[in-house]
Design a binder for this molecule. Structure first.
Ligand code: FES
Length: 156
């Protein structure tokens, strides 16, 4: 009888330890990813230079370029379509995002008024992306831009 009780106790100990080890393993993988992910990323947030096109196409007026980039949200990483407006500011290339800083709609360049207009709630930006009307709280985000080997690149 004592032998059977001991076996039952041993069995329960093994089962409790096994369940505990399983729960620990299930929790350890996402926790390890959470803590190690920042260390595994490239310094500076894993930015890349994306070629938009020939620099000879640039004028002092914004020109739209469409490109694809990787976007990370939580653990999801996916390729998304994006747009940038590029122009020459004197001898320097400049590029800005068309993502409205109000609620994220795509703003478009209105050449007749020399302004960016957001179709969603009437946000208005000047040529440099500065918010000058409507609800947007901030300027359009700027990209780092450079010309290399005759092409314009932006950092995304
Ligand atoms: Fe652009 Fe609201 S999303 S003005």
């Amino acid at each position: 009888m004592a032998e059977a009780d001991l076996s039952r106790r041993q069995f329960l100990n093994v089962m409790v330890n096994a369940v505990g080890a399983g729960i620990t393993a299930i929790l350890a993988v996402p926790l390890a990813g959470y803590f190690l992910d920042p260390a595994m990323r490239k310094a500076g947030g894993a930015k890349n230079w994306v070629k938009l096109g020939a620099a000879s196409e640039l004028t002092d007026m914004p020109k739209v370029y469409n490109f694809q980039t990787m976007r990370t949200e939580g653990f999801m990483k996916q390729q998304v379509n994006a747009a940038a407006y590029a122009f020459m500011d004197g001898d320097k290339p400049r590029a800005i995002s068309n993502t409205c800083t109000h609620l994220g709609c795509p703003a478009g360049w209105n050449a007749d008024k020399s302004e960016f207009h957001c179709p969603c709630h009437g946000g208005v930006y000047d040529k440099t992306g500065k918010n000058i009307g409507g609800p947007p709280p901030r300027p359009l985000p700027a990209f780092n831009a450079k010309i290399e080997n005759g092409d314009i690149y932006i950092e995304v």
